[in-house]
Write a protein that binds this ligand. Structure first.
Ligand code: GLC
Length: 512
């Protein structure tokens, strides 16, 4: 483990905040969030203590998959702004010490992308082979409820591959021209000064060259749930090499959306693929100490052995928010935040989780996403009074429940809000080498409790999370003081040895 004085790359110390631009803040009053909205609220991130933001796609897109279907990789969609506004946002972020990660989507483009328009124009077109065309489909299934991963093209009499919507044809990374073109895209943004990329479905890029049927698809699973081919690793090594050729420690964090931590660990390569990978089992975990213990042990075992740096995520734009997953309980959501921000690794927060937002109920004609993921994508309420800082046209999705009470404005004025809890936890990370870079050791307590210690060069912290809805006695060696309590009960006082129902505590040695 890195000691207090040992330099380590910035992203190991980072707290990353995911901005889903459509829903973050609306600068031009059209009901859809945009870049100027993001810029306007950068201080929210600074006050929170986040130091890096990841921007979900803002590229030009027909929005079949809310921007993950890109028709121009180097242009900003007019709904979000333009390149000048992007540059302004990047400088405003950098001036505040915030780093910026872009979303990079290597697996597919939009079917409206000029590359695909050319590719599908004729079998002889020079870009035909930039995508994956076959005479016969196999049994691969697409995600987002799209059925077969193959769509018939009447005009040229072949099928094209798409692991997501038919509007998202898969690129053929075995074609060196595709590699060059996509490296050119990365260079474009690196030259503009971005600090790295979140790589969309990084595990999907390489495909089985034999195009063999897969039993798991026959059983109904989309290929993107488990696709895991050596060629993806080769593609990532190429991207890593390019990114490493830039000064300033640019970073790659990959979405490896397979539910095996051992397989996820392989995407770090020999330090020559991803710097960090998402690991999603904790994002599926219900409110259950056994499940969390298993998830964390597995990360420590699989990634620890490779000296690969972990990441932690409880919510994002593709899944139910964690408060919703835990039955809507704010107490649980807050206790989970203590865990998220005290485990060993880089935490990724999803906009609005620091406000304790739940998923919105999106029904009937309000539904937008073909994958049914609208709930987590509801607009962030900034002000208590409706329309909560979204002053122009009606926002593209309804607000989450209790928008007035949970708005950023109300939260700022309420010391018991999740916002203040997140701020305190992030500040404590900043103060404690043990939390940022210390080792991790599980403590043997009681079955309802998940407890662990973090240590680095004489600095020590202990986290105790009580998953039960009753008080549990948790005896610890030595004397401890409560630094942060998820519900503020007992904060600043000596640790009593009893943990309240669904309460999480961050403790430090009591030397008074
Ligand atoms: C990733 C994105 C998701 C998108 C999919 C296809 O999983 O997070 O939002 O639908 O890739 O690009």
């Amino acid at each position: 483990m890195g000691g207090v004085d040992q330099p380590q790359p910035w992203w190991r110390d980072a707290v990353v905040y995911q901005i889903y631009p459509r829903s973050f803040a609306d600068g031009n009053g059209d009901g859809v969030g945009d870049l100027s909205g993001v810029q306007r609220h950068l201080d929210h991130l600074c006050e929170l203590g986040a130091d890096t933001l990841w921007l979900s796609p803002v590229y030009r897109s027909p929005m079949a998959d809310a921007g993950y279907d890109i028709s121009d990789h180097t242009g900003i969609d007019p709904v979000f702004g333009d390149l000048a506004e992007f540059d302004a946002l990047l400088s405003a972020a950098h001036e505040r010490g915030l780093r910026v990660l872009m979303d990079f989507v290597p697996n597919h483009t939009s079917d409206q992308h000029p590359w695909f328009v050319e590719s599908r124009s004729s079998r002889e077109n020079p870009k035909r082979d930039w995508y994956v065309w076959r005479d016969e489909p196999n049994n691969w299934r697409a995600a987002l409820g799209a059925g077969s991963a193959w769509t018939w093209d009447e005009h040229t009499g072949q099928y094209y591959l798409h692991l997501f919507l038919p509007e998202q044809p898969d690129l053929n990374w075995r074609n060196p021209e595709v590699v060059d073109a996509m490296h050119g895209v990365l260079r474009f943004w690196l030259d503009r000064g971005v600090d790295g990329f979140r790589i969309d479905v990084a595990h999907c890029v390489g495909k089985d060259p034999a195009f063999a049927d897969d039993q798991r698809c026959a059983a109904g699973a989309p290929l993107s749930d488990f696709n895991d081919q050596p060629h993806s690793h080769e593609v990532l090594r190429g991207i890593r090499k390019l990114v490493d050729s830039y000064p300033g420690d640019r970073v790659l964090v990959g979405e490896v959306n397979i539910r095996s931590t051992a397989r996820v660990a392989e995407y770090y390569g020999a330090g020559d693929e991803l710097h960090m990978s998402f690991n999603f089992p904790p994002l599926d975990a219900p409110w259950d100490p056994t499940v969390f213990r298993m998830c964390v042990r597995e990360v420590e075992r699989e990634l620890g052995a490779m000296a690969a740096w972990p990441t932690w995520v409880l919510s994002n734009h593709d899944n139910e928010r964690h408060r919703t997953r835990y039955g809507g309980s704010m107490r649980r959501a807050k206790a989970a935040a203590v865990m998220l921000l005290t485990l060993r690794g880089t935490p990724f927060l999803f906009q609005g989780e620091e406000l304790g937002l739940e998923d919105a109920t999106v029904a009937g004609d309000d539904r937008v996403d073909p994958g049914g993921r609208d709930g987590a994508r509801a607009p962030v309420p900034w002000l208590a009074a409706a329309p909560h800082g979204w002053d122009g046209a009606r926002p593209w999705l309804p607000f989450p429940p209790d928008a007035a009470e949970l708005s950023a404005e109300s939260a700022a004025g309420n010391a018991g809000s999740p916002l203040h809890l997140y701020r305190r936890l992030i500040a404590e990370r900043g103060r404690s080498p043990a939390l940022r870079r210390g080792d991790w050791e599980e403590l043997d307590t009681s079955p309802e409790v998940f407890a662990y210690s973090r240590r680095c060069d004489g600095d020590e912290r202990v986290t105790v999370i009580n998953f039960a809805d009753r008080v549990v006695d948790v005896a610890l060696d030595g004397r401890w003081r409560v630094l942060v309590a998820s519900d503020r009960e007992g904060e600043g006082e000596p640790y009593s040895g009893a943990v309240l129902p669904e309460q999480a505590l961050l403790l430090q040695p009591d030397r008074s």
